[in-house]
Design a protein. Sequence first.
Length: 127
Amino acid sequence: MLYACLTLKCPRCREGNMFVNTNPYNLRKLTHMHQKCTSCGLDFVREPSFYFGAMYVSYALTIAYGVACFIIFKLLAGFSLMWYLILNALVLLLLIPYTFRLARTLWISIMVKYEPNTNTSSSSQVG
């Protein structure tokens, strides 16, 4: 499940891409998602404002990135607090597009059960 989330795949079949463009750093198409999974037919647009909860997942991911940066830059590399803050801000800015997509993928993965043998002929919605 973790690999499917990190590669931004469908949570039900773990094969189809959730986003139209697989590159999260193409900022013009950052938010463009498929309506349905191209592999199993899972509806990615489950209800209005469904991805509102992904905002909380994004916040948790940002905190995790900050803690990881603190451990790497401050504790292991011995940078001063000012350098840690600068480098942490740069890392967080660079990860914004990927974090946005990862949060959406994790949010829908919480709601949808994995069904490995799902194909387009049986595209019933799980939830």
